[in-house]
Design a protein. Structure first.
Length: 75
């Protein structure tokens, strides 16, 4: 079975799109042609990393922006 690999840049961009667009994880994943389960996992990891990482100038040192919140569309 083939496992598709995504670049860190794509992951960051997809997470940022979820944060900034107000769209659900599922909607963003569909637009980008990626698995919603993959994007949801990346988003949750980024959210957890942001909570653990000290912020510098309002920007987290982990993936994505410094804004934390629930995963849109995950319920």
């Amino acid at each position: 079975m083939y496992t598709k690999r995504y670049t860190e840049e794509l992951k960051r961009d997809a997470i940022a799109l979820v944060d900034s667009s107000g769209k659900t994880v599922t909607a963003v994943a569909r637009e980008l042609g990626i698995s919603s389960e993959s994007l949801r996992g990346w988003y949750r990891k980024a959210k957890a990393d942001r909570r653990r990482s000290p912020r510098r100038g309002g920007v987290a040192t982990a993936w994505g922006s410094s804004e934390a919140g629930d995963v849109p569309g995950s319920r």
